[in-house]
Design a protein around this ligand. Structure first.
Ligand SMILES: NC(=O)c1ccc[n+]([C@@H]2O[C@H](COP(=O)([O-])OP(=O)(O)OC[C@H]3O[C@@H](n4cnc5c(N)ncnc54)[C@H](OP(=O)(O)O)[C@@H]3O)[C@@H](O)[C@H]2O)c1
Length: 330
């Protein structure tokens, strides 16, 4: 496994991060077997994935609990990235949320503590000050942000507080951050951790049409606003999305690589990307995703993937919010 040194942090993360959201099942994911979840996390660790991304919001602490259960005995050898939700951005609440996270995780420090989504109602500088205090007190080793757009990134930069990462939705069929967020992150030295890197399974080719995608995963702006759980007001672009997926699949087949591995390898090749954070619901999926590290893309392959996904990138535009028309990524 390759590793990556985050700025303003005295540790490295693995270049594939295990995402601990789906392993709790429930909202967005449905039924999940606990043994499968524990096996998935241990499979990841046993094969060099040191870094695990979780959040209090994932199952109201259940994901943090599960990580402690799966790998608590390996605490010194894993990197825990967790998050505080925007409802808790008042400084005193950041501290309380962190204490709760530490309890859930059964540990006395979190390696990377991230602000989950911007909260324009609370001065960001105050929230960052609380994160710095947690770092000074040894409760966290570094802090980062998530879903932060240009304006919030500007505030971070001007504040003098040093963020180590920005976690954003980024994958072959959702390239919105390329318009202005990724360039700013590159220039500010804020590496990107990519969430939903295989677009919640779509980039494995498991769904042949929009109709096959379960409603809770069809909430994104790729799909029509008429899907029952959609929160956006867009028409969506289902035909173009599935045409693009078909072309990616064809290219993957021609190169004898799985679509999922190709998609993750493409992310790893992007300037400014530290690591994709990929979910896996069982050990078998984790094994398959790990094969990404064997894939070497040539510049021609990368540019072909850029070309075939460009129409969809342009159609979805620069709104980096996967789920809402009025972007919460500010
Ligand atoms: N900061 C944020 O706002 C934010 C938002 C979303 C996610 N995240 C983080 O990013 C992580 C990953 O994102 P994500 O879970 O949304 O999406 P993802 O990693 O793109 O997709 C994960 C899902 O794809 C399916 N899958 C995984 N590997 C597979 C394989 N080899 N073959 C077939 N299917 C496979 C699994 O679901 P099925 O088997 O059910 O198809 C799995 O749960 C999360 O766990 C979380 O840590 C952060």
């Amino acid at each position: 496994m390759e590793n990556y040194k985050l700025p303003h942090a005295d540790f490295e993360i693995s270049r594939l991060i295990f995402g601990c959201w789906a392993v709790v099942g429930g909202f967005n994911w449905g039924h999940q077997d606990k043994k499968d979840s524990l096996d998935a996390m241990r499979e990841a660790f046993d094969n060099g994935i040191s870094t695990f991304d979780t959040a209090e919001a994932y199952g109201n602490g259940a994901s943090e609990n599960l990580l402690a259960e799966a790998l608590g005995d390996k605490r010194q050898d894993i990197i825990i990235a967790s998050k505080v939700g925007p409802q808790d951005f008042l400084p005193e609440n950041v501290i309380k949320a962190c204490e709760k996270g530490l309890k859930n995780l059964k540990t006395d420090y979190i390696d990377l503590y991230q602000l989950h989504w911007p909260n324009p109602e609370i001065p960001l500088v105050d929230t960052l000050g609380a994160l710095q205090k947690l770092k000074d007190d040894g409760k966290i080793r570094a802090y980062g942000v998530s879903n932060f757009g240009n304006q919030s990134l500007d505030t971070c930069k001007d504040s003098g507080f040093t963020i180590s990462s920005n976690q954003m939705a980024y994958n072959l069929i959702f390239r919105a951050i390329e318009f202005s967020i990724l360039p700013q992150c590159v220039s500010d030295n804020v590496p990107i951790l990519c969430y939903s890197p295989i677009m919640q399974g779509l980039l494995t080719g498991k769904f042949a049409s929009a109709a096959e995608v379960p409603d809770d995963r069809a909430r994104t702006r790729h799909f029509t606003k008429d899907r029952p759980q959609a929160r956006h007001q867009d028409e969506g672009c289902e035909a173009l999305t599935f045409q693009t997926l078909k072309e990616i699949k064809k290219f993957a087949d021609e190169n004898d690589v799985s679509m999922g591995n190709l998609s993750l390898a493409w992310l790893l090749a992007q300037k400014g990307v530290a690591a994709p954070i990929v979910g896996g619901r069982n050990a078998d999926q984790v094994k398959k995703n790990l094969k990404t590290m064997e894939v070497k893309l040539t510049p021609d392959m990368i540019s072909h993937l850029n070309d075939i996904t460009l129409p969809l990138k342009e159609e979805l535009g620069n709104n980096a919010d996967l789920w809402e028309s009025v972007s919460r990524v500010v």
